[in-house]
Design a protein around this ligand. Structure first.
Ligand code: NI
Length: 133
């Protein structure tokens, strides 16, 4: 894609904050950091407008607590229309990690992820949403 240049005027403290952000995230330059921030904002807008997005829900739980797995499976079946695939990894003797790839309306992805993450016994859970634009 053709790159266009434009000038940006910023207060000194904002420029300093931008440079810290560049350094902290190891962006090669300010342009890359600004690009990242704009895209992040556009994706978040799509979530708010409930547009079509894709994402992954990652959960970690102890499979010895059988009710966690049962509940998770029940919930996932209720949302089968937005689930593309599920990958299950046996992390160690106790812990399982599941990566659930999802595609659909942002609100549905959020609802599914909130239901899974709030199951009693889930150690950790996170939803990552993105868009192809
Ligand atoms: Ni497992």
């Amino acid at each position: 894609m053709l790159l266009k240049r434009f000038g940006v005027s910023l207060e000194e403290n904002l420029l300093k904050a931008l440079d810290n952000f560049v350094k902290k995230n190891q962006f090669p330059n300010r342009s890359q950091a600004i690009r990242f921030l704009i895209k992040k904002n556009l994706v978040e807008e799509k979530w708010e407008e409930n547009e079509d997005v894709a994402g992954a829900i990652v959960i970690v739980y102890d499979h010895h607590k059988r009710e966690v797995q049962n509940k998770s499976t029940d919930i996932q079946h209720n949302y089968h229309n937005i689930i593309i695939s599920v990958q299950h990894v046996h992390l160690d003797h106790h812990n399982c990690l599941e990566s659930i790839l999802v595609k659909g309306k942002a609100a549905e992805l959020k609802a599914l992820s909130e239901k899974l993450i709030s199951i009693k016994g889930i150690h950790h859970g996170k939803l990552v949403m993105t868009t192809k634009d």
